[in-house]
Design a protein around this ligand. Structure first.
Ligand SMILES: CC(C)(COP(=O)(O)OP(=O)(O)OC[C@H]1O[C@@H](n2cnc3c(N)ncnc32)[C@H](O)[C@@H]1OP(=O)(O)O)[C@@H](O)C(=O)NCCC(=O)NCCS
Length: 155
């Protein structure tokens, strides 16, 4: 359910001019943020990097990699003040539809077991846990596994 907030919501491709603001959002929203170099590389590499705008403000984004009929959701983020209003679900559905339209049969992602909010979001649209990458992420104490999730896509 999308909360009615007024203003205009749009989704646009990220541009190189957005790299610094996206990096600031990474710092605000992740304990282990992407560097601005990673954000830039994703754009330059031609990954699908989309920003969710509320009027002139970027309030979220996703990064999707598509190759050989498989899609990988590398990042999805809603800026803190804009969370729990249904925007992540909306953005995720846009990414799923886009991957399907580009002939991806399956969408994969990795998530920290501690990221309960994200896991609930993914399970809610039908992602299933298909595996685990041990010690995948940096963590405050040592390393944290990654749960690998997958979803079959339909156009
Ligand atoms: C994960 C994230 C994208 C969710 O964004 P959000 O705007 O809060 O999500 P939504 O409002 O669209 O909620 C979608 C679903 O997530 C779950 N959810 C949302 N807020 C929640 C909360 N505070 N507690 C528990 N579950 C919650 C619910 O299942 C919700 O569905 P519902 O509306 O039926 O309850 C957001 O927390 C975020 O950007 N976190 C930092 C970046 C991150 O961890 N990204 C994922 C990397 S794998």
């Amino acid at each position: 359910m999308i909360e009615h907030i007024g203003g205009e919501l749009r989704v646009h491709a990220m541009e190189l001019d957005d790299v610094e603001i996206i990096h600031v959002m990474e710092l605000r929203n992740y304990d282990y943020p992407w560097t601005s170099g990673i954000v830039r590389d994703c754009i330059v590499s031609g990954y699908e990097c989309m920003k969710l705008m509320h009027d002139d403000e970027i309030i979220g984004y996703y990064v999707l990699q598509i190759a050989a009929n498989e899609a990988h959701l590398l990042n999805i983020c809603i800026d803190k003040p804009w969370r729990a209003k249904g925007f992540a679900l909306q953005l995720l559905r846009i990414a799923m539809r886009s991957a399907a339209m580009q002939q991806a049969a399956e969408l994969f992602l990795e998530v920290r077991p501690s990221n309960k909010r994200a896991i609930k979001l993914y399970e809610g649209v039908g992602f299933n846990e298909i595996g685990c990458r041990p010690n995948y992420y940096d963590a405050k104490q040592g390393r944290e596994d990654a749960i690998v999730m997958a979803l079959y896509l339909q156009v």
